[in-house]
Design a protein around this ligand. Sequence first.
Ligand code: ATP
Ligand code: MG
Length: 227
Amino acid sequence: MIKLRNVNKTYKNGENKTLALNDVSIDIDEGEMIAIMGISGSGKSTLLNILGCMDCFNSGEYLYRDIEVHSLNKKCFHQFRKEHIGFVFQHFALMNQYTVYENIELPLSIQNVPKKERRERVYDALEKMGIKDIAKKLPTKISGGQQQRCAIARALASGNELILADEPTGALDVNTGNEIMSIFKELNQQGKTIVIVTHDYKVAAYAHRILYMNDGKIGENMDEIKN
Ligand SMILES: Nc1ncnc2c1ncn2[C@@H]1O[C@H](COP(=O)(O)OP(=O)(O)OP(=O)(O)O)[C@@H](O)[C@H]1O
Ligand SMILES: [Mg+2]
């Protein structure tokens, strides 16, 4: 499904340069659930952002099925993200002035999905996440676990096949984190391809495969990427 080849990403801040991804090549199969681990600053979020077209890279290739993502122009790049990627973040990234329902609906409105279809898709996602009863509540009035369910519902309602999650359990207690991971596992069994960044081996154990990052490099085990 995904082939990254020799991807390099450098951040520039004035004179300072950070090589955040150093010759990263990975393959992700359709229907896989992958965990990415590594110490802080090793490049995990950078990689996820590149997979999700939240950021561009300096060199290398990104193939998504038969799409050459590295060749897309800016407009197509954003369109690609909307059509294929669902994002879930550590701190949920919900809009606090909107209800749970509205948070899930908003990206669909932006994509001009008709109102009736929006309603169906939002309710379907609410039902799957077991949060129909809190649809009218504001994010500030519900628990962290419920907020993350809402964020996953938003990713689901988009209908997109690839879900990228950056530390999705990082702000949750252990039990709630396990609940959220069970949800990801179930979504994966229903066909979603999932990539999860985590610091927690128990979270990573839900995945089929663990990839490790160190200083911008990636590998199947830590030894091959040690400096
Ligand atoms: N916007 C940015 N501008 C400059 N440097 C950045 C930027 N974002 C990340 N970096 C640097 O790139 C490197 C990789 O950062 P990244 O955020 O991908 O790490 P991470 O593995 O996700 O870390 P953490 O576990 O703390 O979230 C780090 O050295 C970081 O300081
Ligand atoms: Mg990070």
